[in-house]
Write a protein that binds this ligand. Structure first.
Ligand code: ADP
Ligand code: MG
Length: 501
């Protein structure tokens, strides 16, 4: 199936071609025909699955181009407002559809002027209700979209949204999109939609198989070291590191910068302008690493994010899916790396159960493996390097003092300095450790069950197993750490060799 099968108007089809969209995504395949039929829909699909175009394309196709606002899209955050607005503008401009972006913190006058000129507005709930309540605008759109409805609920916008609909005439088509479908969303849909069709893209279609997922097991105090080591090893072009708290974001961005990386933090306490700047430079590529909280990075659409790092696992599996969905976008490959302690094993199991995806347990690479990798890339850099006159001149002048092989060795040494790897040789748990720790988890469960504790006692069991991890049987880091089985460890001359320290 291609986009041509929807029989969109020629201008719109041109914009789709220009955007390079060829095949509609699953949610687009299912939702577009129903929307074109004039029905209300509730669409459930994870982030990164192309929901914007799923509602944007059919709406633009059906818009008449009369004066006045014909479509309103309500989104949870300013970042998303700008992003969705950009995407809709891209598709609408050749059909003459202007887009206004409406959010708090901007001058009313400018926004009102923009709204005046536009047929589509993309708004956050707070500012939209301000404008409607203050009678600054009156609208009777034919299309209303609630995008990322679950997120809006989480952010406490439910009442605002309900109120917004009291200002919008009933003759309209209403579309609601959400990554998850909690009861409150279903109820909201019942209230503001008319006989909606539910379109759900199931997990297997959602979990992007082009994202490889792995986790590394460490002790709590090793998190920072593990992050830097993994970062060095993976050498990502563009990546996001997820944290649980703003404080952690601040601390880690300072730390990464001190390690020579081009990194910046992104969280809700930052000024709007600051956040926009950070996102802009990240999109542009002048910033390599973004360190973010879940909320700040929700729905963020940056192409070419090669890696997502979870410094901590999130508290729920939905957030995990959101996070890793920042990579592997638009059909590209992506890598998701999580750093966990044994305390987080249950979360790992939960995530695997919800996503149906496979997370592979891996061992943090030791210094030598990172060096080997860095040397390899140095080699290919050298083989690809063109010879410049300036290089020839330098060698010529050095030849007055040294023979050629000395010169070569000296120059190479300058380069190999870059392959210096910091930190302890061994970080985190070995493959054997990890296996034992997981077995331990199962045993513990069995113990509890056989002693006839009910479900209520389960939490207790959980706590005990944590205690057990600290104990000797599973081999803490001192014992288990060095028993081979490490990525790259075996290729070297032996264990605990001179490379240490
Ligand atoms: P969601 O709202 O579901 O999180 P987006 O609408 O932001 O997803 O889309 C994610 C990315 O995929 C965007 O960069 C978008 O331009 C791109 N995209 C969407 N649909 C297609 C498609 N059919 N073909 C190629 N790229 C697409
Ligand atoms: Mg979206």
């Amino acid at each position: 199936m291609t986009f041509k099968d929807f029989n969109f108007k020629a201008n719109l089809q041109n914009s789709i071609d220009e955007a390079g969209f060829k095949e509609p995504s699953p949610i687009q395949k299912d939702a577009i025909p129903v929307i074109l039929n004039g029905k209300d829909i509730v669409g459930q699909a994870q982030t990164g699955t192309g929901k914007t175009a799923a509602f944007g394309l059919p709406i633009i196709n059906m818009m008449k181009g009369n004066s006045g606002v014909e479509a309103v899209v309500i989104v949870p955050t300013r970042e998303l407002a700008m992003q969705v607005s950009d995407e809709l503008f891209r598709f609408g401009k050749s059909s003459g559809m202007n887009t206004a972006t409406v959010y708090g913190g901007q001058s009313y006058n400018m926004q009102l002027r923009n709204i005046d000129r536009s047929s589509i507005i993309v708004a956050t709930p707070g500012r939209l209700i301000d404008l409607l309540k203050g009678k600054k605008i009156t609208i009777s759109p034919s299309f209303v979209v609630l995008d990322e409805a679950d997120e809006m609920l989480d952010m406490g916008f439910l009442d605002d949204i309900k109120e917004i609909f009291t200002y919008i005439p009933k003759e309209r088509q209403t579309l609601l999109f959400s990554a998850t479908m909690p009861q409150a969303i279903k109820k909201l849909a019942q209230n503001i939609l008319v006989e909606p069709e539910f379109i759900t893209i199931t997990k297997s279609e959602v979990t992007n198989s082009k994202i490889s997922q792995s986790f590394y097991v460490v002790d709590e105090y090793e998190r920072d070291d593990a992050l830097i080591r993994l970062y060095d090893f993976k050498d990502p072009e563009k990546s996001i590191i997820f944290c649980r708290t703003k404080k952690e974001v601040d601390r880690l961005s300072t730390y990464l910068v001190s390690q020579g990386h081009s990194a910046k933090g992104l969280h809700g306490d930052m000024e709007q302008r600051q956040r926009e700047e950070v996102i802009k430079s990240f999109k542009k590529g002048s910033l390599d690493v973004l360190i973010a909280t879940d909320v700040a990075a929700r729905g963020l659409d940056v192409n070419d994010v090669s890696h997502v790092f979870n410094y901590h696992l999130p508290f729920d599996s939905e957030s995990y899916v959101h996070r890793i969905g920042r990579t592997g976008r638009a059909g590209k490959e992506g890598t998701a790396v999580s750093i966990v302690t044994p305390h987080e094993f249950r979360m790992i199991q939960k995530i695997q159960k919800t996503t149906g995806g496979k997370m592979e347990a891996k061992v943090v690479p030791n210094i030598n493996s990172v060096k080997v990798k860095k040397t390899d890339s140095l080699r290919s850099k050298i083989s690809e390097q063109k010879v410049y006159d300036s290089g020839i001149d330098l060698v010529e002048s050095l030849k007055e003092e040294y023979d050629l092989s000395t010169i070569a060795h000296k120059l190479a040494s300058i380069l190999t300095n870059e392959t210096y790897v910091k930190g302890n040789n061994y970080i985190g748990k070995s493959q054997n450790d990890i296996q034992r720790l997981f077995e331990r988890l199962k045993d513990d469960r069995g113990d509890r069950d056989s002693r006839g504790r009910g479900r209520g006692g389960y939490r207790g069991g959980n706590r005990n197993s944590r205690g057990g991890n600290r104990g000797g049987r599973s081999g803490g880091r001192t014992g288990g750490n060095r028993d081979g089985n490490r990525e790259g460890n075996r290729s070297s001359s032996g264990r605990r060799d001179s490379r240490r320290g």
